[in-house]
Design a protein around this ligand. Structure first.
Ligand code: FAD
Length: 473
């Protein structure tokens, strides 16, 4: 007997489970179909476990530097299995929390591989959903009025650099390492590659980052990417940019060796492990899209601004539609989608107001256009930059590297972008996000008094610096 629902969510990751909770608050009868664990990539293989590792790396680094703060310690020893254990405890606790939220919202969870079967007499609009449980169990059938596809994404690899049991891994496998290698080649200097480079360097691993583009973090402001590279180099990370990995030359002996073409010349690199971090591919295969009119372009599902696909009762959100591929983006998209489904008029997301963060040391955070993007779009820009070095709290913290950079429109003072690199900027960026939402000018940001002594004073000073009026620099 198939059960009827107002909404069936395919995928219980950050996007899917948050959408399910909002739908239940709106009075819908909701089911979530999940083939692995509720919480998805972010909770089990992404944001949370990686940030737990980064925090351990930070404590290890700071403990080794305790003498700088007037504290004498015995030798500091890293016990990586305990770092793993701590990470798993946090993940497990949050996993229980998500399960509890499903229960509280009276949301049914079905475990198994979900697939859209297409319209039937029972479900003419959104199409029946079939769930394969495996183990010879009979498939479950659900009849939804609406479907939300939130199947997320998986790591990409490169030809010749597929995951194996000994040398080559993606972030999925790296998060389950039982011991750290002495050396690693990180192929891809994007967000995930840089977070791992920073963390592993703090854990005393010898790290080489091999990046195809001209700069690491190719989507960040050039000045920010340069600062990150400079500060990671100080930690001992080696960077090779404009390097094309020649994957067919990978040699797995005692250590692994790969060749890359740099400036037309072949160069060899070797290490105990390779971490491939070259982006994520949307989970669009084997979910029944062929039974629908849903459009897929550039390997992601296409939707309108309310996340409706070509099939008006099937919505899609999160990593599976590409774009910013971030947890907070996925969950916000999920909320907009179900509110639209429920006949409300949610505001479409303005992606230029969405903060993005990198949790390396130094941290990086951004909202809006980079200076280069603004110029390419034809803006005449004015820029204010202010260093952490010049504020008292940064000195007190002992973390003075980095800066805040504000990009504004010279014509009308519009805030175009805010870029931060340095201590705790992933927490500070929300002020810039709010400023973008409220359409604040740099003068208004500076006019909102920043308490002293705080790191946030750098934002106020950078805002003043846009018109050359900074006080402490
Ligand atoms: P997912 O979280 O991937 O969830 C999709 C779910 O669907 C999965 O649970 C999957 O098992 C399930 N599924 C797939 N197919 C089916 C099917 N056919 N039937 C049933 N279930 C199915 N983002 C941030 O904002 N901040 C960070 O710090 C951050 N760090 C990251 C670090 C790493 C190492 C990685 C890999 C990612 C990180 N991200 C971060 C990105 C973030 O994890 C994703 O953007 C987010 O998880 C996307 O949510 P989603 O719901 O779209 O997909």
């Amino acid at each position: 007997m198939a059960t009827e629902y107002d909404l069936v969510v395919l995928g219980g990751g950050t996007g899917g489970y948050v959408a399910a909770i909002r739908a239940s608050q709106l009075g819908m009868k909701v089911a979530v179909v999940e083939k692995r664990e509720l919480g998805g990539t972010c909770l089990h293989r992404g944001c949370i476990p990686s940030k737990s590792f980064l925090r351990s790396a930070e404590v290890y680094r700071q403990t080794k530097q305790a003498a700088l703060y007037g504290i004498e310690t015995e030798a500091t020893t890293l016990k990586f299995p305990l770092v793993q254990e701590r990470k798993q405890k946090i993940v497990d606790q949050l996993h229980q929390g998500v399960k509890g939220l499903m229960k509280k919202g009276k949301i049914d969870t079905y475990y198994g591989h979900g697939r859209i079967l297409g319209p039937s007499i029972f479900s003419p609009m959104a199409g029946t959903i079939s769930i394969e449980h495996g183990d010879g169990q009979e498939n479950t059938m659900l009849i939804p009025k609406n479907v939300l596809v939130a199947t997320g994404s998986e790591p990409k690899t490169l030809p010749g650099l597929e995951v194996d049991q000994s040398f080559v891994m993606t972030s999925d496998e790296a998060l389950n390492l039982t011991e750290l290698p002495n050396s690693i080649l990180i192929v891809g200097g994007g967000v995930i590659g840089i977070e791992w480079a920073s963390m592993l360097a703090d854990f005393d691993v010898n790290v080489t980052v091999i990046e195809y583009a001209k700069q690491i973090l190719p989507t960040e402001d050039e000045a920010v990417a340069k600062e990150v590279q400079k500060l990671l180099k100080k930690k001992g990370v080696t960077f090779v940019t404009e390097a094309k990995v020649l994957a067919d030359t990978v040699d797995k002996g005692e250590v692994v060796r790969l060749d890359a073409e740099i400036n037309g010349e072949k160069q060899s690199f070797q290490a105990e492990k390779i971490l491939v971090s070259v982006g994520r591919k949307a989970n669009i295969t084997n979910i029944g899209l062929e039974n629908t009119d849903i459009v897929v372009d550039e390997d992601v599902i296409q939707t309108n601004a309310f996340y409706q696909t070509k099939e008006s009762h099937i919505y899609a959100i999160g990593d599976v539609i590409g774009g910013m591929q971030l947890a907070h983006v996925a969950s916000h998209e999920g909320i907009v989608a179900v509110e639209h489904m429920a006949g409300q008029s949610p505001l479409p997301i303005n992606y230029l107001q969405v903060p993005t963060c990198i949790y390396s040391n130094p941290e990086v955070a951004r909202v809006g256009l980079t200076e280069q993007q603004a110029i390419e779009k034809g803006y005449e820009v004015k820029v204010g930059t202010f260093p952490f070095q010049a504020v008292g709290k940064a000195l007190v913290y002992g973390e003075t590297d980095g800066f805040v950079k504000i990009v504004a429109d010279k014509q009308n003072d519009d805030l175009l972008g805010v870029h931060m690199v340095g201590p705790h900027v992933t927490d500070m960026i929300s002020e810039a996000g709010l400023a973008k939402v409220l359409d604040a000018t740099p003068w208004e940001i500076a006019h909102a008094i920043h308490p002293h002594p705080t790191l946030s004073e750098v934002i106020g000073e950078a805002a003043l610096a846009v018109d050359g009026k900074q006080i402490h620099g």
